[in-house]
Ligand binder design. Structure first.
Ligand SMILES: Cc1ncc(COP(=O)(O)O)c(C=O)c1O
Length: 393
């Protein structure tokens, strides 16, 4: 059966993780994989998560199956966290999923079930797993311009010009905040213009929200999503709790369709059916941790304070790297690093410069130049800036 099976190409992020792990050099710097890190390089369990887990161990008296959609309390708390009451609950159909990855996949499956000819429009720079997930669901993708490589900011004109080609019933995938990999987000006016364009073209936005809380704050980061949800008849959402709750390996996510109230039950049943055929019941433990934290005022305060501190650390690293790069290179070539949001930035480097950075200096960034600002620390920022100066002069 398997004689002709080709070996799959290793995912770029996983390949880089393996190369970093195998590198014996002392001062190597990992700016590759998208996880939060402390100053000393750890990805800790958040204090509120530890406390919620202790409560669950103490009080949980069954691990029997739940509903295909997962735990109701988790779905309700996540709806509030994401939508902040921007739309009535009668419009919201949602299911738990194993992480944000599965949420993206399940939304693609929903689109294929409803409208197999729909094209999913994806920003030219995007999370490397978006296109494989879309194609695995049997859908076609098209790209729209996003990053202005000259300024390091948004290519606003290119973005809106490309989306004029969207057809009615197509789906436009947008990063809710902290765009991965560019760190370039839409401003309030861009979201308003996006809503107007999607309304005019009859297209459906699909918001991938993987970093809520890492940009400007929990509510501000959901501002674009809430604006679209309040204004448009149909909005799709995939959200992850991997980063903002630090629950990476527990696999906690939610897939959501915001629709007219009279379509809600059909969407909820369809999403539950899609769960049934993919993995049946979503994992419970991580979702229960999330709902325990969000429904307990003291745990919620602790979680939010820790998340605020994580956001501040990443922002400080970003500014410090931008300053160090300006000082080391004597140019504004890397100015975009300082103005971006969230964990990532694209370093404007050529493929040869990215390879030299890794081979000669042990600094690991992805092949498109994506660098995780959380991987920096006060001990390595100068070394990192000097390595970038050396490979670019
Ligand atoms: C844009 C984006 N979407 C979705 C995900 C999925 O996250 P997870 O499946 O780990 O929850 C990620 C993770 O890096 C991401 O960056």
């Amino acid at each position: 059966m398997f004689e002709t099976l080709p070996a799959p190409k290793l995912d770029a992020i996983i390949a880089l993780m393996q190369a970093y792990a195998a590198d014996p050099r002392e001062g190597k710097i990992d700016l590759g994989v998208g996880v939060y890190r402390t100053e000393d390089g750890r990805t800790p369990v958040m204090a509120a998560v530890k406390a919620a887990e202790a409560q669950i161990v103490e009080t949980q008296d069954s691990k029997s199956y739940l509903a295909l959609a997962g735990d109701r309390a988790f779905l309700e708390q996540m709806e509030a966290l994401l939508l902040g009451g921007a739309v009535p609950s009668e419009r919201v159909a949602a299911v738990g999923t194993p992480g944000g990855t599965s949420a993206v996949r399940q939304i693609c499956e929903l689109v294929r079930t409803a409208r197999p000819e729909a094209v999913i429009w994806v920003s030219a720079q995007t999370w490397p797993n978006h296109l494989p997930l879309i194609r695995a669901a049997g859908l076609n993708a098209q790209s729209y311009r996003y990053l202005d490589t000259q300024s390091g900011g948004l290519d606003r004109a290119g973005l809106f010009a490309d989306l004029e080609h969207v057809s009615a019933g197509d789906v436009v995938l947008l990063h809710g905040c902290c765009h991965n990999p560019t760190g370039v987000d839409l401003a309030a006016q861009d979201w308003a213009d996006m809503a107007a364009l999607l309304e005019r073209r009859g297209a459906v936005p699909f918001i991938d929200m993987a970093y809520q809380g890492f940009g400007e704050g929990l509510d501000a980061d959901a501002g674009g999503l809430r604006h679209l949800a309040a204004r448009l008849p149909e909005v799709l959402v995939a959200a992850s709790c991997s980063k903002n709750f630090g629950l990476y390996r527990e696999r906690v996510g939610i897939a959501m369709a915001i629709v007219a109230p009279d379509r809600r039950d059909t969407l909820a049943a369809t999403l539950a059916g899609l769960n049934r055929q993919a993995f049946a019941f979503p994992p419970d433990h991580g979702g229960r941790v999330v709902s325990t934290i969000l429904s307990d005022p003291s745990l919620r305060r602790s979680w939010q304070a820790e998340l605020d501190a994580m956001r501040a650390r990443v922002q400080d690293n970003r500014r410090a790297l931008a300053d160090a790069l300006r000082a080391a290179t004597g140019s504004d070539r890397f100015a975009g690093v300082g103005s971006a949001q969230g964990m990532f930035s694209i370093l404007p480097l050529s493929p040869a410069e990215i390879t030299a950075l890794r081979d000669a200096h042990g600094v690991y960034v992805l092949g498109d130049g994506r660098a995780n600002m959380a991987g920096l620390s006060s001990r390595n920022i100068m070394a990192c800036a000097e390595a970038i100066r050396d490979v670019t002069r």
